[in-house]
Design a protein. Sequence first.
Length: 106
Amino acid sequence: MATAPPLLELPSETAEASFYSGFSKHVTITAKMLIGLLIVLAVIFPNNAASVLNSLKAFSLENFGAWYVWVVAFYVIVCVACAIVPNSGKLLLGRPGDTPEFLDFS
């Protein structure tokens, strides 16, 4: 029984040309606007921005700090396991006959 080819075409709109070629304009422009707004507010109101950002940092570290440590430890263990198991480097991702985009060293 043959396996189905991997999902190559995603049902998302991406720009065909211009600076955003291959990216979703909705996502990239929204992210740029939010980051720009944050920078402008930090420049105009530096003391308020510092207190808000410090409280957000404290909240995230207090609530997600341990989870973050466990997730990073899990990824380190997976990477070490992939480096130790010699067959993991020979897995072919893609269609049969496709050549790798990057060299092994990359």
